[in-house]
Design a protein around this ligand. Structure first.
Ligand SMILES: N[C@@H](CCC(=O)N[C@@H](CS)C(=O)NCC(=O)O)C(=O)O
Length: 225
């Protein structure tokens, strides 16, 4: 069966699936879809209109978590979900922590004002907008970084001693913050910071981040405001 993944490359959920596919070595076609101006056929494969969605031949699968779990069933090796039952649950939980905890804050309250607005919505970045976003980072995202730092501990990967969907989800979600010049300070979160550097250096993420550089990387512009 041929796989086709739909969704704009800057979405953390699309990036999660693409990094997963790259880590698995699964070939697929990618079609960029803007969820706010989707093509007419799109609701047939993504009933909520969200990105990503996958077509396996003519069979649709919506939602990044469902997509990765489905692909894992179809392509069991190399395993990106822990074999141990409890570690499996932990990996799913950490993925959910990013998808439903970090991203609903980081997306609309940090990435949107610092990156999406200026790049795609004709909304210039002002000092006030930047300060508001950084306040959200300090009050709401920093405690999540504390949690992730504790969960990682002294390990290279979050769960099970090898790369898993948990690592992919954490690394993908943070790329959007990085585009806006927001990173966990290595002085406060040394383990998480080093983890992100390691994950983004993997070929799976390196290629995706390079593809996103233009127009999404706004680190210099944000620093200058
Ligand atoms: N739970 C979904 C979330 C996907 C999601 O929220 N995608 C955003 C883009 S990052 C989207 O499509 N937003 C448009 C909308 O909600 O209408 C998943 O994991 O795939």
């Amino acid at each position: 069966m041929a796989y086709k993944l739909f969704g704009a490359n800057v979405s953390p959920f699309v990036r999660k699936c693409r990094a997963y596919l790259a880590e698995k070595g699964i070939a697929y076609e990618h079609e960029s879809v803007n969820p706010f101006q989707p093509p007419s056929f799109y609701r047939q494969i993504s009933p909520l209109g969200r990105i990503p969605a996958l077509l396996d031949g003519d069979r649709p699968v919506a939602d990044s978590t469902a997509i990765c779990l489905y692909l894992e069933r179809c392509n069991p090796t190399p395993a990106l979900y822990p074999a141990d039952n409890y570690e499996y649950a932990q990996a799913l939980w950490l993925e959910e922590y990013v998808d439903s905890g970090l991203l609903p804050v980081a997306g609309p309250m940090v990435f949107r004002p610092l990156v999406l607005g200026p790049v795609a919505m004709n909304q210039p970045l002002t000092k006030e907008i930047k300060e508001n976003a950084l306040e959200v980072v300090e009050n709401q995202i920093a405690p999540m970084w504390d949690y992730l730092e504790r969960q990682l501990g002294g390990n290279e990967f979050f769960v099970g001693g090898q790369v898993s969907i948990a690592d992919i989800a954490v690394a993908s979600g943070h790329v959007n913050l990085w585009h806006g010049g927001v990173d966990p300070d290595p002085a406060h979160w040394p383990k998480l910071s080093a983890f992100l550097t390691r994950m983004w250096a993997r070929p799976s993420f390196k290629a995706l981040i390079a593809e996103e550089q233009r127009p999404w990387n706004r680190r210099e512009e944000v620093a200058a405001v």
